[in-house]
Design a protein. Sequence first.
Length: 143
Amino acid sequence: MKLHYQGKYNLDPETLPKRKHQPNAVKFKEVSSSKELAVIANTIGLVLMVILSIPILLVYKNDLLLYFDYVMLAVVFPILTMFPHELLHALCFKEDVYLYTNFKQGMVFVLETETMSKKIYFYVSSTKFSFWFSSLLLIFSRN
């Protein structure tokens, strides 16, 4: 793996590195614009956050203010780990990996142009959610 830091992402998908579509390869369904992706990702994230917060609110409803420090830690921790998390994603790839940042938009991502199986794609894509959820469980299981 060779990491190329590309700097600040300018929100133009045409400037990202691309690879030709391979014969017999399944192309992923992609959104047409960054704004559409942001709406979809934020909607899914908000729905998941509400669903996962329900059990916590039911268990700690009377004592939630006592755990305010832990709640703030659960909010700040994923933000602080965005950059190292993307470096872990970069380690999953064999060839050239391009790292882009746009902290003003809350974006850090890696991009690769190699081919990969669906299994590896879902593994790499699901690590952020599992990392966030497990950190939340660790914080609230300290009692």
